[in-house]
Design a protein around this ligand. Structure first.
Ligand code: AMP
Ligand code: ZN
Length: 112
């Protein structure tokens, strides 16, 4: 499958990994929107949150726990945000489920 995030998981495309477990990997976003901008993705290909189901959704809990660990490692003591974009209206450009972890500045509070 022609998925850039699957290629990052396989090491076929370079990335700056910051965290990894059996089921997920986290790496720096190539065009950061905040001083800390990390993408956390499942190693299994899931197109987006719209493809979550009872069999594959447990990884989302692992991703949120990873976000907490990464936020601590990057000293985001003042706060942080996790966002996932879904399909065209949600602004999703890479069709492999990913969660943006953003922090390191006072984030824009306008959500939509
Ligand atoms: P989204 O728009 O929510 O689908 O987010 C996709 C994100 O992936 C964007 O923030 C891109 O900057 C980021 N991105 C795309 N290609 C790469 C890459 N090769 N390495 C790291 N981040 C990437
Ligand atoms: Zn993929």
């Amino acid at each position: 499958m022609d998925c850039i995030f699957c290629k990052i998981i396989k090491g076929e495309i370079p990335s700056e990994k910051v965290y990894e477990t059996e089921n997920l990997v986290a790496f720096k976003d190539i065009s950061p929107m905040a001083p800390v901008h990390i993408l956390i993705i499942p190693k299994t290909h899931i197109g987006g949150a719209d493809e979550l189901n009872e069999d594959n959704a447990a990884v989302v809990s692992e991703i949120m726990l990873a976000a907490r660990h990464i936020a601590e490692a990057f000293n985001l003591d003042n706060g942080w945000r996790v966002v996932t974009n879904v399909k065209e209206d949600g602004g999703q450009t890479v069709r492999h489920l990913h969660f943006h972890l953003l922090g390191g500045k006072k984030l824009n509070t306008e959500l939509a």
